[in-house]
Design a protein around this ligand. Structure first.
Ligand code: ARG
Length: 427
């Protein structure tokens, strides 16, 4: 019996070519695995299966994993407030560890010695697949044909023609696109110039401002323990909420993100994302948090959110640190219950109201009218103590602090070796 590899198969050109390549170069039988994580291309799984078999896969497995994806990846990331570099809701990055997990499981079931993916050598996705696999199934060999074969695009197309692999028209879709129900990620083509405005055809889910309705739409989102469960009066599961908000937000042009991003491999790349539901839900969620969490808890929440986003982005999903952070997030989210009102209008989703049974906002403390209960007198002593260190500093150190015009950074930059050894003998 010949050896097998399980290939993560999207149905696109790269992974189609990979089926042939794994068979020819490695002499492997190929089992393909296609995982549907939703999005507009929530795919015709039957068609993809047929294609894989036609291209020579010995078995083609297709999975609708939308529910698992939302429940175990998307909603926890929302609860954690995970946005990479403050703007990217991490749709692609969240999908990879799940696909890697299924790859490892299928490999075990099929008795395969290797798994394969269609990522290149300069992207983030190879990192996510392979770090997840190293953590879950370190015994598996990983093959990355695109990284290994050294073909450029033209050679790849030529190879495809030679092997009867259908090639989609690149002129029709001049970008590299990844998509699931948490968002679309678009790169390459005209987007490679960070100065050029994204052409209108990169956007698929969101209307451009000029085509948005003139009238705003206000929606209420119900949240329990950091998880959305209701839009207006409709109670919904995670998938339904996200799909509904993608539609509603998209209609109002909400969720376009244009970002120059710091990749794991050290390069900056220009990425465009489209994620109406993620944008709406993250801002609603944060607005509710700021109602129920203290200032210190919010600060710490931001620290955790950044760390959590890095973990997802950098491919460390299956790590102890991730689970430690999850424990913190779940504990902190016990307070995050209530509702947020969002107004959607011409590209913006604005928080216009929030309420919670656990709200720390107390009208009798906040008000300036006659019902005010705040102890104004207490501020005097408070300010005396708060100001004490500043007062002392002003008295003792004022000259130095405000008198110095320049701080010379040369004092911390060591000279070059050549300068140090000038005129000296070095043996
Ligand atoms: N830059 C994003 C990330 O690293 C998206 C990459 C997705 N790939 C694509 N073909 N657009 O998560």
């Amino acid at each position: 019996m010949s050896k097998k590899a399980v290939l993560a198969f999207s149905g696109g050109l790269d992974t189609s070519v990979a089926i042939k390549w794994l068979r020819e170069e490695y002499g492997l039988e190929v089992v393909t695995l296609t995982v549907d994580l939703g999005g507009s291309n929530s795919r015709d799984l039957g068609k993809i299966k047929k294609k894989a078999l036609k291209l020579g896969a010995c078995k083609a497995i297709v999975l609708d994993a939308r529910d698992v994806f939302v429940r175990y990846f998307v909603l926890p990331a929302l609860q954690a407030g995970a946005m990479y570099e403050g703007v990217y809701p991490l749709a692609t990055a969240l999908g990879r560890p799940l696909i890697a997990k299924f790859l490892a499981e299928v490999a075990e079931e099929e008795g395969a010695e290797a798994v394969a993916h269609g990522c290149t050598g300069k992207g983030n996705d190879q990192v996510r697949f392979e770090l997840a696999l190293q953590s879950l199934a370190p015994q598996l060999k990983v093959i990355a044909p695109l990284r290994e074969w050294g073909m450029n695009r033209e050679e790849e197309i030529e190879y495809a023609h030679k092997h009867d692999i259908p090639v989609e028209d690149r002129k029709k879709i001049p970008y590299s696109i990844d998509e699931n129900l948490w968002g679309r990620s678009v790169e390459c083509g005209a987007l490679e110039d960070p100065w050029a405005e994204p052409p209108e055809d990169v956007w698929l889910w969101t209307k451009s401002i000029k085509d948005c309705p003139e009238k705003s739409q206000t929606i209420e989102i119900g949240i329990e323990k950091g998880v959305p469960f209701r839009i207006n009066k409709d109670y919904k599961d995670g998938i339904e909420i996200i799909e509904k908000l993608n539609k509603l937000g998209g209609r109002h042009g909400v969720g376009r993100i244009d970002h120059v991003e710091s990749r794991v491999v050290g390069i900056k790349s220009r990425e465009v994302y489209e994620a109406p539901a993620a944008v709406i839900l993250h801002s609603a969620h944060r607005a509710l948090e700021s109602l129920v969490m203290t200032r210190e808890a919010m600060r710490f929440r931001d620290v955790v959110a950044n760390q959590y986003a890095d973990i997802i982005y950098n491919g460390h999903w299956f790590s102890a640190l991730h689970l430690d952070l999850v424990a913190y997030v779940l504990s902190a989210q016990r307070l995050v219950t209530g509702a947020v009102k969002m107004k959607l209008l011409k590209g913006a989703a604005t928080v216009v109201g929030r309420r919670s049974p656990l709200s720390l906002y107390q009208p009798e403390l906040a008000t300036y009218d006659k019902t005010d209960q705040f102890d104004h007198k207490a501020a005097e002593g408070f300010l005396k103590i708060q100001g004490l260190s500043l007062k002392t500093q002003s008295r003792v150190q004022c000259q130095i602090i405000y008198g110095t015009r320049e701080i010379d950074l040369a004092s911390v930059i060591p000279p070059k070796l050549k300068e140090l050894t000038k005129g000296k003998k070095t043996c």
